[in-house]
Ligand binder design. Structure first.
Ligand code: NAD
Ligand code: LMR
Length: 327
C-alpha cells in the first residue's frame, strides 16, 4: 500500500467542493491505487462549517476504500499541515456594486494569509493549485509569501478554458473531441484569455486547415471560450462548479503524469511576451510528478501577439491593484 497523499482543499463546503471531494476520494485525481487524506478548510462561518459537517458525513457514507482520513477545520494552519497538495478553491465572490479592484484586495488578504501558512506548515514537496477567482492573481499573491517553497510550485487553473476550447473546436470541425489536440490557453482566466487555435490539430492536421473560417476562429470562437463562465452564470444562476471541479482533477492529474502536455498558469519569466512575475496560462510538459517545464517554441503571429498583449495588460493591471499588499 502506498503512503497516502494529503490533499488540503479550501472552500470545501462550496459548490466546486461538493463536486471535487468525491472525485479525489474515489481515485480520479491521483489514481486507483493511491490512498488520500482530505484536509478540508472552510471559512470560520457557522453555516459553512455546518455544511462541511454534512459533506463529511456524505464522504463517510461513500465508504471510499482510498480515503484514509478526513480533517475538517477553519484553521488554515491545521488544514495545510503536511499537505502535499493545496487546492485553493475558496474565495470571496464579487458582491453587487463591487469593483474588480475591491474584489482583488479582499481576496488578496485571504491568499496572502494562505500563502504564508502553506509556506510554513505544508509538506516539503507541497504543490499549490489555485481555482478561486481571480485565480491567476490570487496565485501570484500566495506565491509572493513563499520563502521556503519555490514559485514554480504555485499554479493556477486554466484547464477549464482548455477543455471548453477543445469542445468548441470539435463541434465546429464535426469530429469527436478526442480528435482535437494541442489547444492551449495563454494569459488570464478571464474573458481576455487567448485559446491559441493556430497550434491546435484536428485529426492530425492543423486546425486552421480543417476549420478554414478564420473569422470564426478569431471572433466567435475566442469570445465563446472567454465568456463561457459568464454564459454559465447567466443560465445556471451560479458559477460553473462540476466542470470546474473536473478541470481541477485534470490539472492535477496532468501535473502528476510525466510527458503530459497541458495548459496551466505559471510564473512568467518573460515567455511569449508576458511580463515577468505575472502568472499567465501557457503550455507546459510535465517532467516528473508535480514538476513541469514551459514549452517555449510556439511561434505567434500578429493576431496572437495582440491577444497576448491584451491579456498580459490585464494581468499587469491586476498586479498593480494589489501591489502595496505584497510587501
Ligand atoms: P462557493 O461560493 O459555492 O464556495 C466557496 C466556498 O469558499 C464557500 O463555502 C466559502 O465559505 C469558502 N471560503 C470563503 N473564504 C474562505 C477562506 N478564507 N478559507 C476557506 N474557505 C473559504 O463558490 P464555488 O462555486 O465553489 O467557486 C469557488 C471559486 O472558484 C470562486 O472564486 C469562483 O469564481 C471560482 N471558479 C474558478 C474557475 C476557474 O476556472 N478558475 C471556475 C469556476 C469557479
Ligand atoms: C468560470 O470560468 O466558469 C468561472 O471562473 C466564472 C466565475 O466568475 O466564477
Amino acid at each position: 500500500m502506498k503512503n497516502p497523499i494529503r490533499v488540503a482543499v479550501t472552500g470545501a463546503a462550496g459548490q466546486i467542493g461538493y463536486s471535487l471531494l468525491f472525485r479525489i476520494a474515489s481515485g480520479a485525481m491521483f489514481g486507483p491505487d493511491q490512498p488520500v487524506i482530505l484536509q478540508l478548510i472552510e471559512a470560520p462561518v457557522e453555516k459553512a462549517l455546518k455544511a462541511l459537517e454534512g459533506v463529511v458525513m456524505e464522504l463517510d457514507d461513500c465508504a471510499f476504500p482510498l480515503l484514509q482520513g478526513v480533517v475538517q477545520t477553519s484553521d488554515a494552519s491545521v488544514g495545510f499541515k503536511d499537505a502535499n497538495w493545496c487546492l485553493l478553491v475558496g474565495a470571496k465572490p464579487r458582491g453587487p456594486g463591487m469593483e474588480r479592484a475591491d474584489l482583488l484586495k479582499d481576496n488578496g488578504r485571504i491568499f496572502i494569509e494562505q500563502g504564508r501558512i502553506i509556506d510554513a506548515v505544508a509538506a516539503t514537496d507541497a504543490r499549490v493549485a489555485v481555482v478561486g477567482n481571480p485565480a491567476n492573481t490570487n496565485c501570484m499573491i500566495a506565491a509572493s509569501q513563499a520563502r521556503r517553497l519555490p514559485a514554480d510550485r504555485f499554479t493556477a487553473m486554466v484547464r477549464l478554458d482548455q477543455n471548453r476550447a477543445r469542445t468548441q473546436l470539435a463541434r465546429k470541425a464535426g469530429v469527436h473531441l478526442t480528435q482535437v489536440r494541442d489547444i492551449f490557453i495563454y494569459g488570464n482566466h478571464s474573458p481576455t484569455m487567448f485559446p491559441a487555435f493556430a497550434h491546435a490539430t484536428v485529426s492530425g492536421r492543423p486546425a486552421t486547415s480543417v476549420i478554414t473560417d478564420n473569422a470564426w476562429l478569431q471572433g466567435p470562437f475566442c469570445e465563446a471560450v472567454g465568456k463561457r463562465g459568464a454564459a454559465i452564470i447567466a443560465a445556471r444562476g451560479a458559477s460553473s462548479a462540476a466542470s470546474a471541479a473536473n478541470a481541477l482533477v485534470d490539472h492535477v492529474r496532468s501535473l502528476m503524469t510525466p510527458g503530459a502536455i497541458h495548459s496551466i498558469a505559471v510564473k512568467s519569466n518573460g515567455h511569449y511576451g508576458f511580463d515577468a512575475n505575472v502568472w499567465a496560462g501557457m503550455p507546459v510538459i510535465t517532467t516528473t510528478p508535480g514538476s513541469y517545464e514551459v514549452i517555449t517554441g510556439y511561434a505567434m503571429d500578429a493576431f496572437a501577439q495582440s491577444k497576448i498583449a491584451a491579456t498580459n495588460k490585464e494581468l499587469v493591471e491586476e498586479r498593480s491593484f494589489v501591489a502595496e499588499m505584497l510587501g
